[in-house]
Design a protein around this ligand. Structure first.
Ligand code: GLA
Length: 736
């Protein structure tokens, strides 16, 4: 890992031996992007930044360089570059035109943290950070660009800070976290889109001239699009080809924008949604952007995922939960919905314990006046008609049965029918004179207000302070509307959506730091706010309300592009499935969940004794394998037949592999397909635990394995491979 300057050429080169990132100064004034990709030993500056003459545009002095075609590292508006800017600020002159001038660059002693936003962290020696100082000659704003390169992950973390060193306020209208220039070429664009119960679907299409963008106006990162783009070689697959990609560490409105210019070059950006964003920067104040994680893979999407998984596992997840197995849980939602009672809790928790589960989660319903979503949100007082003795009694009951106890909250919402709303009608997001929109019969609390945050923190401390709660499911079930705050002046209303997210992060920071032993699971109507920002607080996340095994194969594959499997909640539920009405075998439902964060969400009294015995065996298997599974390498495998999906986890030492092959429909013609493994040691011998057969790692990866015949739709086949110390010829593999 190094950050090398070449003063004579005006370049800086960041590398970790696997990837390189190079910038170069133009006349000591302007910062240009020169390279991002596989590691280079040294950057000598071959080639010019702009290969062809661009007549009739805006030239740079007497050179053959043109502003509109230069690969700007951090582009601004109004000075001859007509592509999308990354920075827009208005100072006393009133013009949004900027002239961003390089001032200096320096290597920092350690990676800078943030008091307000979740950012990656790294111990000394695990990363190096470059800071590039610039000034906007028009507004006077001082801008610092940060680049962190990691030793153990092929990721460059990027973020910016802008300060107002002047005496009059500045108005910031856009500041992106990343702007990346890619050379002219043919590319595909991959994004993830979706909706409730159908999150993280993959959209891949050829990039074309013009702007292609996804984003969120939900106020949260939303189920509509992940804060992510990948720009790739059109021939790239799961296992091969160049992929440039970026995810944003942020849980609110965002822009993910890719622009291909008339000459084929690409500018790809990611950052805060700037559509209605404004931020007043008073003299002396600083604004910081969310962090973005940029990665290059030469090994297709799996290479990209491995870099994202590594950086999130080691440099983002709460340290207390890194590499720590999560308990197998039973969640009450699909089994009880709102109609909870101590009797039901006792019956379900007792059965869960018998089957080997470790945590009982009491979902929604415990505080509601009725059995629907119309009331009580915000009051957070247990309905003792449902649960005599309150939450403490429920927790004692569950603990007494030998399970941990978890509780559902939706702290950000408030019902119209609640004491909290009646007492503080001004505490919600609302525009004066308009009826605020309801979502799932809820309003949203104005988290930009300190007194609202204090109220929520007091509620949470009241529950967590008892020491009887081992787990919290933190839900959020509606998007932002009427994003205006009674506590902010008119000229600051454009700050409300971002201030909401900052307020949320402040609460999460305090509460997760106060109770590090408590496991927090994030949820937002399923996976509507599953993003890297949330992973700083939530070691696991509910992936989707859709628990149907077939649909889950798509949803989990989509999210697995970005997030490691142990943070993605996957529950075995009842059939016919409550969301899709589909019936799939119990074995399939388990197989589809078992590589992820396994749980159960069903009424165990409705299972037959045989099903309960099968569940007990599943839980025992999962507990035996979870230590290596949750630290292993996750693979999505290319398959030849549409409707088939193969995923696997290979242990860090390559001694074990668990693969799950899901086949949507039985197809006699497709029966002979061979499934190729990934990430095994080609020189080792692996025993198939089910058949006892021994195969070479090379054979499993190159020729693949065929499956035993199975005349069944929605069949899932699990293959566990364990490395043999000795080969079938009796030689130890180390001797060969
Ligand atoms: C959301 C969540 C569910 C459940 C319900 C409770 O829909 O995604 O898992 O917690 O809320 O109201």
């Amino acid at each position: 890992m190094s950050i090398c300057f070449d003063e004579s050429r005006g370049t800086v080169h960041l590398t970790n031996g696997r990837i390189s990132y190079v910038m170069q100064l133009l006349d000591g004034r302007y910062l240009l992007h020169r390279y991002f990709g596989p590691a280079l030993r040294r950057w000598r500056g071959t080639g010019v930044p702009q290969p062809a003459k661009r007549s009739y545009t805006t030239e740079y002095g007497d050179t053959h360089l043109y502003f509109d075609a230069l690969p700007w590292e951090f582009p601004v508006a109004g000075r001859g570059d007509y592509r999308r800017p990354a920075f827009s600020v208005t100072g006393p002159s009133g013009t949004p035109v900027s002239e961003l001038l390089f001032q200096g660059w320096r290597v920092l002693d350690k990676k800078p943290g943030s008091d307000t936003l979740p950012v990656t962290f790294a111990a000394p020696g695990e990363s190096e950070t470059l800071a590039v100082d610039c000034v906007d000659a028009v507004s006077g704003a001082a801008l610092t660009l940060y680049y962190t390169i990691f030793a153990d992950a092929d990721v460059i973390a990027r973020r910016q800070r802008v300060t107002n060193p002047g005496t009059r306020p500045l108005c910031l209208t856009s500041l992106q976290s990343v702007s990346l220039q890619l050379p002219a070429g043919s590319y595909d664009l991959l994004t993830l889109y979706g909706c409730h119960a159908r999150e993280a679907q993959q959209s891949r299409a050829p990039l074309h001239q013009g702007v292609q963008a996804v984003g969120s106006r939900y106020g949260s990162s939303s189920p509509r699009h992940q804060p992510f783009w990948a720009v790739l070689d059109p021939a790239a697959t799961e296992t091969a080809g160049s992929v440039y990609s970026c995810m944003l560490v942020y849980s609110g409105n965002f822009n993910a924008v890719v622009e291909q210019d008339a000459f084929g070059a690409v500018r790809a950006q990611m950052g805060l949604g700037d559509e209605s964003f404004t931020w007043t920067l008073a003299p002396g104040e600083t604004f910081e952007t969310p962090e973005a994680l940029l990665t290059y893979s030469g090994q297709g999407f799996n290479g990209m995922s491995h870099s994202f998984h590594t950086v999130l596992r080691r440099h983002m997840l709460p340290p207390r939960w890194q590499g720590v197995p999560r308990p197998v849980l039973l969640n009450s939602w699909e089994g009880m919905y709102y109609d909870v009672s101590l009797e039901k809790i006792e019956t379900q928790a007792r059965l869960a314990k018998e089957l080997g589960m470790e945590l009982f989660v009491l979902d929604d319903g415990w505080f509601r006046k009725g059995n629907d979503s119309r009331s009580s949100m915000g009051d957070w007082t247990c309905n003792t008609a449902k649960l005599p003795g309150g939450i403490e009694a429920a927790a004692d009951l569950v603990h007494g049965l030998g399970l941990k106890f978890g509780l559902w909250f939706e702290p950000e919402a408030v019902s119209r029918e609640s004491d909290l709303y009646r007492a503080h009608p001004d505490w919600i997001l609302q525009v004066p004179g308009l009826d605020p929109r309801e979502g799932r019969h809820e309003y949203l609390l104005d988290l930009s207000r300190a007194e609202v945050r204090r109220y929520l923190l007091d509620v949470l401390h009241r529950y967590l302070g008892t020491g009887k709660i081992d787990y919290i499911k933190w839900d959020m079930n509606r998007p932002l509307t009427d994003a205006a705050s009674a506590a902010l002046p008119a000229h600051r209303q454009g700050e409300v959506p971002h201030r909401y997210v900052l307020g949320l992060y402040e609460i999460l920071r305090e509460i997760t730091q106060s109770y590090p032993q408590v496991l927090f699971e994030g949820c937002s109507s399923g996976g509507a706010r599953l993003d890297a920002g949330m992973l700083a607080y939530f070691a696991q996340n509910w992936t989707s309300d859709n628990t149907d095994a077939r649909d889950r194969t798509d949803i989990q594959a989509g999210f697995s592009l970005l997030y490691p499997p142990e943070v993605l909640g996957a529950h075995v539920s009842i059939t016919p499935n409550h969301q899709t009405g589909r019936t799939t075998p119990l074995e399939t439902r388990f197989a589809v969940a078992r590589l992820f964060n396994l749980g159960y969400e069903l009424d165990l009294t409705r299972c037959t004794p045989e099903e309960r015995a099968a569940i007990a065996a599943q839980v025992a298997t999962a507990k035996a394998q979870r230590n290596w599974l949750m630290q292993g390498t996750f693979w999505r495998h290319p398959v030849t037949r549409p409707g088939d999906r193969m995923t696997s986890v290979v242990s860090a030492d390559q001694s074990c592999c668990l693969a799950v092959i899901f086949r949507t429909l039985y197809d006699p013609l497709g029966e002979q397909a061979a499934f190729q493994f990934c990430g095994l040691d080609p020189a080792r011998e692996y025993r198939d635990a089910a058949t006892g057969e021994i195969y070479g790692g090379d054979e499993l990866m190159e020729a693949g394995l065929t499956l035993p015949p199975c005349k069944q739709d929605f069949a899932a086949h699990s293959v566990l491979l364990c490395a043999e110390e000795e080969t079938e010829y009796g030689h130890s593999t180390a001797d060969q």
